[in-house]
Design a protein around this ligand. Structure first.
Ligand SMILES: Nc1ncnc2c1ncn2[C@@H]1O[C@H](COP(=O)(O)O)[C@@H](OP(=O)(O)O)[C@H]1O
Ligand SMILES: [Mg+2]
Ligand SMILES: [Mg+2]
Ligand SMILES: [Mg+2]
Length: 351
């Protein structure tokens, strides 16, 4: 008998791999032609839409009963100024169908590739990511490009896919096309896929070979030796409070600033130790697609992921983590101490 969620894991890898390759190509070819601004003014690019269409098409082809909670929808595309973007999405998606992966990954795509799709078909697939999520059933949380701002500045970004069953994350797969495969060799091969299945550990692989290598968070002898990472965007995470927490913990190393859920990947394999995401706004609700795959990856690599009050992230409420505030991820043995420092920093800020 195969391990639980073996099929989901392999389809998720095939989906994220294809999307990661396409995203890399779009980054090379299309940046500069601009993106679309959503109503909340956040940027979204051809890659965000194309990757959502591709990943969704593969998931629905293998798991037609499942639902997708995807970040993007096509509503902003139906304006005359976005006609060019719409055309580019169709071109990129159809081109992706002609490209060949190897082995099991290529086999996974066979049925999707056999269907010819026009512009409206691809847009319809994007819009099937409109599930509201919730406490029961199977939902895939999909962030087709996480760290869109990083993507646009040529930095880190990630294709993120997590399967939730009855509100709990059981599979997480992330593609980070710009992350060095070996952190000790930052100028070496770029591109890694991170894989975790509940209870089965955390792994990484390259974009070119299916071999999975186990990863683990680093174990620290002293918290003051820890390094932490945070968003590049000051509007996504409170850098001031993060710095205060670091100083309470006696951390002297400066933070590593990185876009996207690559932060989770980076601490999961021991490049850094703590991920701090303190809220900047009272009203912002973190999105489930920004944390589902990353949180499972860190937990399976020996860490704990909670909100700033130490409460587990609750993925069962809907499209957002409205029951939580902030995110703190750290190795098991230090997580409680980090939360204590977070609480102290927040008390001080209130005083
Ligand atoms: N005010 C806010 N607070 C926290 N996160 C925010 C935010 N506004 C946007 N985001 C989210 O931050 C994500 C990027 O995280 P990071 O800063 O770690 O790179 C964005 O994902 P997308 O890039 O997928 O839109 C977006 O969902
Ligand atoms: Mg976005
Ligand atoms: Mg995101
Ligand atoms: Mg995104």
């Amino acid at each position: 008998m195969s391990a639980p969620y073996a099929k989901e894991q392999s389809i998720a890898i095939a989906a994220v791999l294809k999307a990661s390759l396409v995203a890399g190509k779009v980054q090379n070819e299309l940046i500069g032609t601009g993106g679309v601004k959503k109503a909340d003014k956040s940027p979204v690019t051809v890659a965000d839409y194309t990757c959502q269409a591709l990943v969704s098409s593969l998931i629905f082809s293998h798991f037609p009963e499942d639902q997708i909670v995807g970040e993007e929808d096509s509503s902003e595309l139906n304006t005359p100024e976005n006609a060019q973007t719409k055309t580019s999405i169709m071109r990129m998606a159809n081109e992706a169908m002609t490209e060949v992966l190897t082995g099991d990954e290529e086999a996974a795509w066979a049925d999707v590739k056999s269907v010819k799709r026009g512009e409206q078909d691809w847009l319809n697939i994007i819009d099937r990511g409109n599930s509201v999520g919730g406490p029961s059933g199977r939902h895939w949380a999909l962030d087709p490009i996480d760290g869109t701002k990083g993507f646009l500045r040529g930095g880190q970004y990630a294709v993120c896919l997590g399967l939730l069953v009855d509100g709990k994350v059981v599979v997480g797969v992330m593609g980070c096309p710009n992350l060095p495969l070996d952190p000790k060799n930052p100028e070496g091969e770029k591109g890694a896929i991170f894989v975790a299945v509940k209870g089965q550990g955390a792994f990484q692989r390259s974009l070119t070979s299916p071999e999975l290598t186990p990863i683990r968070m680093s174990s620290l002898s002293s918290l003051s030796d820890a390094s932490f990472c945070e968003s590049v965007e000051a509007g996504h995470s409170d850098h001031g409070t993060n710095a205060r927490i670091a100083s309470i913990l006696g951390i002297t190393k400066s933070s590593t600033r990185m876009d996207s859920q690559a932060k989770y990947c980076s601490i999961a394999r021991g490049d850094g130790d703590i991920y701090l995401r303190l809220p900047v706004s009272e009203t912002y609700e973190e999105k489930i697609w920004d944390h589902s795959s990353g949180s499972l990856l860190v937990e399976e690599a020996g860490g704990i992921v909670s909100d700033m009050n130490g409460k587990p992230l609750d993925f069962s409420i809907g499209r957002t983590l409205k029951g939580n505030k902030g995110v703190i991820a750290a190795e098991k043995s230090i997580h409680a101490e980090v939360i204590k420092a977070v609480q102290q920093a927040l008390q001080e800020a209130k005083a």
